[in-house]
Design a protein. Structure first.
Length: 159
């Protein structure tokens, strides 16, 4: 996963990730940290295999690593984090050798990762599901304070 490694080792990715983890250190709800990013990637890859979705593993992991970095801009500036994540990801993806088409697919997936609407690209659909499935609500200390409805919360491990 050459492109994912380029992202992981980049200074800009690590600067944003460190800042995000610092900004959310006292957050009682689900955190947007490295563990979340990797959980989303792994679940998305399982869904890709099970549903035979046409997307490369490297693209899945790159998208997962970048999809919530915009929380930094949301916390600091009030910008919707999906929009902020696209802005940050666009800069980081310049460091990779993904094709222009692959970069646009990654950016579009990041930009729509909070949309419940069914997308034409199955990658977007499995990524959205993986993001939601990654949350272990049944183990969360903030379960009662969380604004997710009972039906939206994950009450058992699925993947």
């Amino acid at each position: 996963m050459k492109e994912t490694d380029l992202i992981l080792k980049s200074q800009i990715f690590n600067d944003y990730l460190n800042e995000l983890e610092e900004l959310e250190k006292d957050r009682i709800f689900c955190k947007h940290n490295y563990e979340h990013f990797v959980s989303v990637a792994r679940i998305c890859y399982i869904l890709k295999l099970e549903e035979n979705v046409d997307v490369e593993k490297d693209m899945i992991y790159a998208t997962a690593l970048l999809h919530d970095l915009g929380r930094v801009l949301e916390i600091k500036e009030g910008l919707n984090h999906a929009i902020g994540s696209v802005k940050i990801a666009r800069e980081i993806l310049k460091l990779t050798d993904f094709s222009d088409e692959e970069k646009e697919r990654i950016l579009n997936c990041i930009g729509s990762h909070r949309s419940k609407e069914k997308a034409e690209d199955e990658f977007f659909n499995i990524f959205y599901r993986a993001d939601k499935l990654s949350r272990p609500c049944f183990r969360c200390p903030a379960y009662k304070a969380c604004n997710w409805s009972f039906h939206k919360k994950n009450h058992t491990i699925i993947y």
